[in-house]
Design a protein around this ligand. Structure first.
Ligand code: PFF
Length: 479
């Protein structure tokens, strides 16, 4: 059975793939801008605490669920609990929804990469400003659909190759390359005059308010909700990705050690991305640039590269290629969650060798929903969006299809999935069911830590994150 499902070629191959899943647009795009919006240093501390007490625990739990049952998300929930078996569906629904916009953002990276490449070859500098370029791209739905298709074809070709010779192979080259490129961008960013302001904004407590970056620090619960949502998304949790990757992992490997490495690596890359992006933005455009939200990646940074003169497009190529690699390595894990479910189901009926077909249909279904997000162009093309401005209370989080899909998945399904998972593990099947898989030697500190976090810390944390998201979504201003 194991042979037919496939498995990782080596532990390092698994690690690079899991880190590849974790390191994505969330690190390079989400982390720097959310840190900017949430007052820098405070956000960082809250994020780190959440990564240790919630992220690390759920990471171990998810890997254990996959490895113990030897099945993908739906199968794993099904085998572990009668009451909670439907949660598996939630954790397959979310990757499907996330892919609707993740693929479009990946497509934007290809477009920016192509643009910088052509600038490098022909113009010797950027021809348009970041914002003109962004608008031109968004208002060209045909181009967006074509590039989204290209992104999906790349993912399809990797996933079709299977666990060891597709996903693992890609990450073994992609992840080290991404790291080297990130270091190059950091060196460039930190050597720009004025970069130190950006660093202070990130690391000096209270500096963001003191230096006028933001008027007042956001409330603690708002920071908690933002950091919590970000942490889950960034670590690829509550989406079935780690359950799926864990189901292909050999029983010999340590789940504790692997989880520690994945969480640390993902956090380091998020911090490195912050150091690559924020000081460059602040050095070129002043404090407001750090707070420019989602625009940071596609407008501000493109302007930063343009301002560098002739070498600008070269850094542009390196940067957008690294973002593209990060997007692909995450997207393939999301696709794998969905296709593993269908492959396990086919295998249960005695049908094997269907990977190619299943991956094809999965990618095609994603392409259909992604086309809607691509055509919408972040709301630039006047498309109808479900519940837009409904009752006059749903506003900024539902301005376009991308926001709608993001709120549905990252905003609601993910924290809800994590909350339900922790209740199932903590109170229904009991932590010891997974602890047997996580640490057969039964270390006391781990037992106490895992049980306390699963039973109490994670459910409370997740509840707060969920309420925080709903609060922001409906403009309730409870916090
Ligand atoms: N972790 C990815 C990021 O930071 O962009 C996104 C992601 C991938 C979320 C896979 C969930 C997942 F299952």
């Amino acid at each position: 059975m194991k042979e037919e499902r496939g498995s990782w070629g080596s532990n390092i191959g698994f690690l690079l793939a899991a880190i590849g899943s974790a390191v994505g647009l969330g690190n390079i795009w989400g982390f720097p801008y959310k840190m900017g919006k949430s007052g820098g240093f405070t956000f960082l501390i809250v994020y780190l605490l959440l990564a240790i007490f919630v992220g690390f625990v759920i990471m171990m739990g998810e890997l254990a669920m996959g490895r113990k049952t030897g099945k993908g998300t739906i199968g794993a929930y099904h085998d572990l609990s009668k009451k909670f078996k439907w949660v598996g569906w939630l954790a397959v629904f979310s990757p499907f929804v996330i892919m609707s916009f993740y693929s479009v953002l990946g497509a934007y990276c290809i477009e920016y990469l192509a643009l910088n490449l052509s600038n490098l070859a022909f113009a010797g500098g950027a021809i348009m400003t970041g914002s003109d370029l962004f608008v031109a791209m968004l208002t060209n739905p045909f181009g967006a659909v074509i590039f989204t298709l290209l992104f999906m074809v790349i993912c399809y070709l990797i996933n079709r190759g299977g666990i060891a010779s597709g996903i693992e192979k890609f990450n073994k080259v992609g992840m080290p390359a991404l790291f080297v490129m990130l270091v190059i961008i950091i060196i460039r960013s930190l050597t720009l005059p004025g970069a130190v302001e950006g660093l202070k904004f990130m690391f000096v407590p209270g500096y963001a308010v003191e230096a006028g970056f933001i008027e007042e620090a956001p409330g603690f619960l708002t920071v908690l909700a933002t950091a919590g949502g970000q942490m889950f998304f960034s670590l690829s949790l509550a989406m079935g990705a780690m359950i799926t990757y864990g189901s292909y992992l050999s029983k010999k490997e340590s789940l504790v050690k692997n989880s520690v490495i994945i969480v640390i690596a993902d956090t380091i890359v998020a911090l490195m991305a912050g150091i690559a992006v924020i000081p460059a933005a602040v050095a070129t455009y002043g404090p407001s640039a750090a707070l420019s939200g989602p625009k940071l990646l596609f407008i501000t940074l493109q302007d930063v590269f343009s301002a560098m003169g002739t070498v600008g497009p070269l850094f542009g190529v390196v940067f957008y290629l690294l973002v593209l690699l990060a997007a692909i390595s995450s997207a393939i894990s999301l696709i794998e969650v969905i296709s593993t479910f269908f492959m396990d189901r086919a295998a249960a009926k005695g049908k094997t060798g269907k990977r190619g077909k299943i991956v094809f249909w999965t990618c095609l279904a994603i392409m259909v929903e992604a086309a809607v997000v691509a055509i919408d162009g972040l709301g630039a093309n006047g498309m109808w969006v479900p519940f837009q401005n409904a009752f006059g209370i749903i506003g900024e989080f539902n301005d376009c299809w991308l926001d709608f899909m993001d709120t549905l998945s990252e905003g609601i399904a993910m924290p809800l999935g994590a909350l339900l998972m922790s209740i199932m593990v903590g109170w229904e099947i009991k932590p010891k069911t997974l602890l047997e898989e996580i640490d057969p030697s039964g270390k006391k500190w781990l037992r106490v830590f895992f049980s306390a976090c699963m039973k109490v810390v994670v459910p409370i944390g997740m509840l707060l994150v969920l309420v925080g998201q709903i609060d922001t979504f409906f403009h309730l201003n409870i916090f």
